[in-house]
Write a protein that binds this ligand. Structure first.
Ligand SMILES: CC(C)(COP(=O)(O)OP(=O)(O)OC[C@H]1O[C@@H](n2cnc3c(N)ncnc32)[C@H](O)[C@@H]1OP(=O)(O)O)[C@@H](O)C(=O)NCCC(=O)NCCS
Length: 153
């Protein structure tokens, strides 16, 4: 039987598998992070980060190909009863976009955050990032009337 192509597989949304990243994904995470952020981090840096368990790192696969990743974080404060969550990275390789992979990654991270007691999540994105905004609005995220401040230290 001929092997199913990535495109055929993507036409079937059930073929997109999202799972927690593990140490075997370090090289692909390093490559995708460079594609996305233009930042070079070594695979060892990623292995060390994964080992801390502080960041939820999700990987999307189609057949045996790694096609995207996303990261979530959460933190607790005495001021609130439940921890707050944040989606910090979301990347799908260009050839695999618009097939539900980003949505699958986001739903997966939401579930993982909820398991950790998180009841609300936020995402920072550029106002002109139509793809990201479309993805987030489509999954019921609402725009907040807040200003982001930043400073180099
Ligand atoms: C944003 C990104 C992760 C979306 O991934 P994706 O796998 O294409 O997303 P999905 O296929 O799940 O799209 C879900 C919905 O988002 C919206 N959307 C996605 N891409 C879009 C685009 N280019 N233009 C407009 N809307 C878009 C659509 O409403 C889409 O639903 P539809 O295809 O049924 O119309 C991907 O485009 C990406 O990696 N971009 C570069 C990195 C980036 O900007 N990351 C976000 C930083 S916060």
């Amino acid at each position: 039987m001929p092997k199913t192509s990535a495109k055929d597989a993507l036409d079937d949304p059930t073929s997109v598998e999202v799972r927690m990243a593990d140490k075997h994904d370090a090289d692909e995470l390093s490559a995708m992070n460079y594609e996305f952020n233009g930042v070079t981090v070594t695979s060892q840096h990623i292995l060390d980060a994964l080992a801390t368990g502080q960041e939820i790192v999700a990987i999307a696969m189609v057949n045996d190909s790694v096609v995207g990743f996303a990261c979530g974080q959460f933190h607790r404060s005495f001021c609130y009863n439940s921890p707050s969550g944040e989606i910090t990275e979301m990347y799908v390789r260009a050839a695999y976009r618009r097939r539900g992979v980003g949505s699958a990654l986001l739903v997966f991270l939401e579930r993982e955050l909820r398991k950790r007691g998180v009841t609300g999540v936020r995402i920072l994105t550029d106002q002109d990032n139509e793809a990201a905004l479309g993805l987030y609005f489509g999954l019921d995220y609402l725009e907040k009337d807040e200003t982001v401040l930043a400073k180099e230290l």
